[in-house]
Design a protein around this ligand. Structure first.
Ligand SMILES: Cc1cc2nc3c(=O)[nH]c(=O)nc-3n(C[C@H](O)[C@H](O)[C@H](O)COP(=O)(O)OP(=O)(O)OC[C@H]3O[C@@H](n4cnc5c(N)ncnc54)[C@H](O)[C@@H]3O)c2cc1C
Length: 479
């Protein structure tokens, strides 16, 4: 559908990927050729990287570090944030067996917590595994045990990973470990723990960038710039289906979630950052593809956000490996940036992270119940007394983590194959590509997608992004 001479592009989702795609049209001075509209079901922009504002306090969905190996993305961050980009010194720990371990590991602290006996057991188990390595590294536990030994795997990898993914590490693909941990090994961990120098692994990076008011500030700035240039961004607008004729989307059904009204919108091109399985299901796939996409699963995320009287611990975040509590990670946003807290207040803003699946016990809990659980757990861990919590609220995010079980590549391939028939449609972003992307990958995917549309052919491989490249983000065993 040409508007005058303009081609219409509908972007589904105003997260990092969707906004970046729109920005690339603007940056390349293409708004005279393309009419861009963005539809976002949420009431604010930023997607999973949004920052919530509550009674003068700010909370991320999980703290969002800004790091990237792509100079283009670094420049992009700096260009938008300038002096509002803070450099933060990292402090994070692991809570396990009622003790706090510095992370990255510190030899004296690790030895003190583990004791000589357990430390020797860890080293011996590593040596043993070196003589009997798994030949095939299909699963997460095989991949980690080969590099860290079985004993360390049990202490520092198993329980947290199972909380995040909700499946046994023996059912999780090694792809995730390879993407996240990469070339970090026990010997490097020990060298760093002893001498505190970087052996080439980014796991031990001690500083990171963070915007003064959280990541949401970047996305609000992009939104303002786009709107100044007449790009329309419709918040609270959800794509609910497509009207198809053969392999062409005639129009899109869009529901205004506030007015509960549906409109039909015609378009030439669709950039979709909504979950990939959802996109495929809107395209009337044949039965075999339907079966395949039902195997692509996501993990949901629940943040229980607390306003606490004082600032009780120095970390930005603490990983909770203790299997006796459900919480996976605890964020302290004042330590990310003091500007996240209401001016002049001694309080802090805490985010307790829970990982869940649609319909499981946690997901079904009422907000009040899950707040009570969080209060109880943070007291049990010994970080905060219940009475010091002044206020609390819950934020839920569906489809936060694409689950790499060890067969996920098969249904993904089938769905990709099917969707390639629709030349109008450009899947993009984290959920959109079913790829465990960070902000930088999603932003780059947005740029690439816009470039492909502008060129009228594939000049950049969006699917290949963050797949085979030497992933240089802080390579950590954590999500
Ligand atoms: C707990 C957690 C911690 C993280 N920490 C970091 C970190 O430290 N550093 C980092 O760089 N990255 C981090 N990330 C990853 C980062 O949040 C994502 O990479 C990024 O947000 C992905 O952007 P996206 O635009 O691809 O997808 P999303 O952020 O998921 O955005 C997609 C958008 O599409 C909208 N949408 C979906 N369906 C529809 C529909 N039908 N109609 C209209 N709109 C729709 C959604 O509401 C959403 O706004 C973290 C993620 C999580 C969950």
């Amino acid at each position: 559908m040409n508007i005058g001479k303009k081609k219409k592009v509908v972007i589904i989702g105003a997260g990092p990927a969707g906004l970046a795609a729109a920005y690339e049209f603007l940056r390349q001075d293409q708004l005279s050729k393309f009419k861009i509209e963005i539809y976002e079901m949420d009431s604010q922009v930023g997607g999973l990287a949004k920052t919530l504002y509550y009674k003068g306090y700010r909370f991320d969905l999980g703290g969002h570090r800004f790091y990237t190996k792509f100079p283009e993305i670094n420049n992009f961050y700096k260009n938008f944030l300038k002096r509002d980009m803070l450099v933060r010194k990292r402090l994070s720990r692991i809570y396990y067996d009622k003790k706090f371990y510095n992370y990255p590991l510190l030899a004296s602290n690790a030895l003190k917590n583990l004791g000589i006996k357990k430390s020797i057991k860890i080293i011996l188990s590593w040596i043993k595994r070196q003589f009997n390595k798994y030949k095939d590294e299909f699963t997460f536990d095989q991949w980690v045990a080969n590099r860290f030994g079985d004993e360390l795997f049990k202490i520092f990898f198993k329980s947290y990973t199972e909380k995040v993914w909700g499946i046994k590490t023996s059912k999780l693909s090694a792809d995730w470990a390879a993407q996240r941990i990469q070339n970090f090994t026990l010997s490097k961990a020990i060298l760093n723990a002893l001498f505190q120098f970087n052996t080439g692994s980014k796991t031990i990076i001690k500083k990171f960038y963070y915007p003064k008011y959280g990541p949401g500030m970047l996305y609000e700035r992009i939104k303002s710039l786009l709107e100044k240039n007449n790009v329309k961004i419709f918040l609270n607008h959800e794509i609910t289906g497509f009207n198809l004729s053969a392999n062409n989307v005639g129009s899109i059904n869009i529901q205004d979630n506030l007015k509960k009204k549906i409109k039909k919108v015609k378009t030439d091109v669709i950039v979709s950052t909504m979950p990939f399985d959802k996109l495929v299901s809107y395209l009337n796939p044949p039965k075999n593809v339907k079966v395949q996409i039902s195997k692509l699963k996501f993990r949901n995320f629940i943040a229980v956000n607390l306003i606490v009287k004082s600032n009780p611990f120095p970390d930005q975040w603490i990983y909770i490996h203790d299997p006796n509590v459900k919480v996976g990670r605890i964020q302290n946003f004042k330590n990310w940036s003091p500007f996240m807290i209401k001016e002049g207040k001694k309080n802090t803003a805490i985010g307790m992270e829970y990982f869940s699946s649609e319909g499981d016990d946690l997901w079904q809990m009422a907000d009040e119940e899950i707040i009570n659980l969080a209060k109880q757990e943070i007291e049990e861990i010994g970080l905060i007394q219940k009475n010091d919590i002044e206020d609390a609220f819950v934020c839920r995010a569906r489809n936060a983590y694409p689950i790499y079980d060890f067969n996920y590549q098969i249904p993904l391939k089938a769905a990709k194959n099917f969707i390639s028939k629709f030349s109008q449609i450009y899947p993009c972003g984290r959920g959109g590509l079913f790829r465990y992307n960070n902000q930088d990958h999603s932003i780059l995917a947005g740029f690439y997608t816009a470039r492909n549309i502008i060129a009228g052919k594939i000049v950049n491989d969006v699917w290949g992004l963050n797949e085979s490249d030497n992933y240089l983000e802080e390579k950590t065993k954590k999500s």
